[in-house]
Design a binder for this molecule. Structure first.
Ligand code: EPU
Length: 357
């Protein structure tokens, strides 16, 4: 177990926010987690799990023990007539893993290309893009409960996946509170994901449910696109719409797309006929948060060094650099101002997507 003190977290969060960790532990194996638990000082302190830092807003220095997940390894564990089951260490970079599975001839993750972050973080918020969510390709995961030291495995149902949601985003149920997750089992601040297994289904079928992919496929006529083609299209679409965190700090979509009832949606359509909305299988309607924010005139606006990206209003960016970077406070002030104006105009409360620390 590698323990470091007073570590700058700026290189470890894609927003590029300046903050320090009092203590940072590099977790390279399950054994490192056992050592951490056995440590008389560190084992008793609260912890914060850091993957690729692509979905967090740091509002100050972190006093909880930062666990930097660096468990590596990728392998095929099983091949069945209808799937490849692939196991990947939590610390593997997500995009490289997608690329690697395609190189091995095991397609299925191509729609999720170029998402920043690590494999271990992917189930936490059930990452999704261009018609595919992690839960669609998920087999199971291994985790360690740092409260008890126990290692355990969860299947998809036990992860309680939802839209950008899972059991790992909810605090454990406190006695006397009503927790709505299955068996009251929130695992935030308690469990650490160590390995994730994917089920890549056979035979492979292209997933072209997203309008821009469908359009590109239609241009090819009757020829079916390959998984590599979809991978390249997704990379092109993302590069055109979303800022590269290596160039312009950001944490991807800053708000979730809200859902409303059909009645609420009709109400909004009556006032704003152009609102982008999608009917969901459960009868609710999902609204494009980016459109709502854009309609309130936020594109390009800023608070200090925090700004709304010009090409996609759902993304907040860092207009500063180095030590003169955006602060978590500026990001949250801008986020709150956006929430207020969307609420005042549409009566809709936007919920932030990243974890605010
Ligand atoms: N739109 C606007 N103005 C804007 C932004 C968007 O009018 O400033 C409109 C677009 O024209 C489009 C609609 O809103 O009609 C939706 O936009 P887009 O297709 O870009 O998708 P999104 O809803 O903004 C979601 C995910 C992304 C994911 C894409 C593609 C969430 C919160 N975001 O974005 O995920 O890549 O769909 O599947 O669900 C992320 O989670 O970090 C992320 C980038």
């Amino acid at each position: 177990m590698l323990v470091e003190k007073n570590v700058s977290l700026q290189p470890y969060n894609t927003f590029g926010i300046v903050a320090r960790a009092e203590t940072l532990v590099r977790v390279r194996s399950v054994k490192d987690l056992e050592s951490l638990r056995g440590d008389p000082v560190l084992g008793r302190r609260p912890f914060f799990v850091l993957g690729g830092g692509s979905n967090v807003v740091l509002t100050g220095d972190v006093s909880a023990v930062v666990l930097k997940m660096e468990i590596r390894g990728r392998r095929l564990v099983r091949e069945t007539p209808d799937a490849w089951i692939v196991e990947v260490g939590a610390g593997e970079p997500w995009h490289d893993t997608v690329d690697w599975t395609l190189e091995q001839g095991w397609p299925g993750l191509e729609n999720l290309a170029l998402i920043p972050g690590t494999v271990g973080a992917a189930p936490v918020q059930n990452i999704g893009a261009y018609g595919v969510e992690l839960q669609d390709r998920f087999e199971s995961l291994d985790a360690v409960d740092l409260a008890t030291g126990q290692a355990f495995t969860l299947d998809a149902a036990q992860c309680a996946f939802g839209y950008r949601d899972s059991v790992f985003k909810h605090a454990p149920a406190q006695p006397g509170t009503s927790e709505c997750l299955p068996r009251g089992m929130g695992l935030a601040g308690r469990a650490v994901i160590t390995q994730v297994r994917f089920r890549l289904p056979k035979p492979w079928k292209p997933e072209l449910g997203y309008l821009e992919l469908e359009r590109r496929a239609a241009e090819m006529g009757s020829v079916q696109p390959t998984a590599w083609q979809i991978f390249n299209w997704v990379c092109e679409i993302r590069r055109a719409k979303l800022p590269d965190p290596a160039v312009l700090g950001n944490a991807g979509s800053f708000f979730k797309n809200p859902t409303v009832t059909p009645e609420q949606c009709q109400d909004i359509i009556a006032r704003d006929p152009k609102i982008v909305h999608y009917p969901m299988p459960d009868g609710s309607i999902k609204l494009a948060a980016g459109w709502l924010i854009d309609a309130c005139g936020w594109k390009g606006k800023s608070v200090g060094k925090a700004a709304v990206y010009e090409k996609q209003a759902l993304v907040l960016v860092n207009r500063g650099q180095g030590m003169d970077s955006v602060t978590g406070g500026e990001v949250m002030t801008l986020a709150k101002a956006i929430q207020t104006s969307v609420y005042e105009r549409f009566g809709i409360r936007l919920e932030p997507e990243p974890v605010v620390v």
